[in-house]
Write a new protein. Structure first.
Length: 115
């Protein structure tokens, strides 16, 4: 394996992880919708997984993009890394938004029970 292939492979893995991070929450909601055992609030257990997948993808993509620019490869590859950065950021933002939503829902329930 040549030195040029490592950052490209890291960029593709980062993109796959970022896509998995983005698709984790909708998959959890769909499982909750189709299952009689899993409630919608139980789907919130997928939030940390989505956050971690997005964060790992973001770190890997940033490192791959930096390495590809440092190597100054003519074949490119930085576009995949840039796409992975964007999708990884989206995964992290979706996970944070979902965590805030579940948190505010918990606060509303706490407020209703305290009255």
């Amino acid at each position: 394996m040549t030195i040029e292939r490592i950052p490209r492979r890291r960029a593709w893995v980062a993109l796959l992880l970022a896509l998995a991070g983005v698709l984790t929450l909708p998959a959890a909601v769909e499982v909750a919708r189709r299952s009689k055992r899993v409630a919608l609030l139980d789907a919130s257990y997928a939030i940390p997984l989505a956050f971690l997948l997005g964060l790992v993808a973001l770190v890997m993509a940033t490192r791959a993009r930096r390495n590809l620019r440092w190597l100054r490869l003519r074949q490119g590859g930085t576009s995949v890394a840039s796409a992975a950065v964007i999708v990884g950021t989206l995964a992290v933002c979706l996970a944070v938004a979902a965590a805030l939503s579940v948190g505010f829902y918990g606060l509303v329930l706490l407020y209703q029970h305290s009255r």
